[in-house]
Design a protein around this ligand. Structure first.
Ligand code: ADP
Length: 303
């Protein structure tokens, strides 16, 4: 259903957001791409949607090349963006009606589909609420409704449960699985959520997939000890931050090697460092991670 081969994106300022990504989504799969902030997930999603032209590589959705036929995306792929878009002066039902109206639906058929969609995303009680009255979680459910109301065969979701409260998260997942989409790919940074709901997971760090497999195996990989190597513009600030966090680290000139008992901890520390300090080099190494991935390869569970 979705086939990505050797995808690379370099932004005009020289940032290489993806490098050599290959990914497949088969019929019936819900595939999660997980990774910390800055890993390159949104870039990948925007490339899949034909919104961002890859520097190199190939993307096919439902057999069609996305780069040369970006218009095919419009009718066949439902998309939920990360940005919390809102329509303050329209009611929830009006927003969904508008999308369906563009597709040519009218009258009783239109009203019926609006109600079906609102029921699916759990907003049937809020049909008459205006955009400005909605919580951020509800606004995201409206976006999900806009994506699934047209029964698209493929759904592409960027952090679909970000800013959604726990109760509504379940509703989001219910709507995704009940939407009738035949292939779903979503970006997330929540390993627990992905473990519960995805059929397969790709783990992305620094623009590359470092592992791929069934969710419970990827979740197990994230518990392995990991060495994070970084070089920053401001080494003094990195050192202060690491001392403050109580991390185990070694410094050789500007190169910091930090040891974490779990990959997930390395990822969240990396996220924290990146928020305030520009990094020139990032490398994650988990000797046992490599071993575990090789084992998966040997057992034929990962291609
Ligand atoms: P994620 O969604 O995993 O947080 P992104 O795809 O947003 O990751 O970002 C990947 C990398 O690309 C980051 O280093 C980010 O700063 C950079 N990046 C994202 N968008 C742009 C852009 N328009 N121009 C330059 N660099 C960008």
């Amino acid at each position: 259903m979705i086939e990505v081969a050797d995808l690379t994106k370099e932004y005009p300022n020289g940032t290489r957001a993806n490098a050599g990504l290959s990914l497949t989504v088969n019929e019936g799969e819900i595939v999660g791409v997980i990774g910390p902030n800055g890993a390159g997930k949104t870039t990948l999603i925007r490339q899949l949607l034909g919104l961002l032209k890859p520097t190199s590589g190939r993307i096919r959705i439902l057999g069609c090349d996305v780069v040369s036929h970006p218009h095919m995306i419009k009718g066949r792929v439902g998309y939920v963006p990360q940005a919390p878009l809102t329509y303050p002066s329209l009611t929830v039902a009006e927003v969904i009606s508008f999308v369906l109206g563009l597709k040519g639906l009218r009258g009783a058929g239109l009203r019926e589909r609006v109600m079906e969609t609102l029921t699916l995303v759990g907003l049937e009680q809020s049909a008459g609420s205006f955009g400005y009255q909605l919580s951020r979680g509800m606004a995201r459910l409206v976006l999900l409704g806009m994506a699934i109301c047209q029964n698209p065969p493929v759904l592409i979701l960027d952090e679909p449960t970000a800013m959604v409260d726990i109760e509504r998260k379940e509703r989001v997942w219910h709507a995704i699985t009940a939407s009738g989409a035949r292939a779903v790919v979503l970006a997330s940074h929540d390993i627990h959520e992905v473990r519960e709901h995805c059929t397969r997971v790709y783990l992305m760090v620094g623009g590359k997939f470092i592992a791929e497999g069934p969710p419970h195996e990827i979740a197990a990989l994230t518990r392995l000890s990991t060495v994070l190597t970084i070089v920053a513009d401001d080494s003094q600030r990195v050192e202060e931050l690491l001392v403050e966090s109580g991390d185990m680290f070694r410094r050789k000139g500007d190169v910091f090697e930090i040891v974490f008992p779990e990959l997930v901890m390395a990822l969240s520390r990396l996220e924290l460092i990146r928020q305030g300090i520009a990094l020139r080099y990032v490398h994650l190494e988990a000797p046992s991670l490599e071993r575990a991935v090789k084992q998966l390869l040997l057992e034929g569970r990962v291609q």
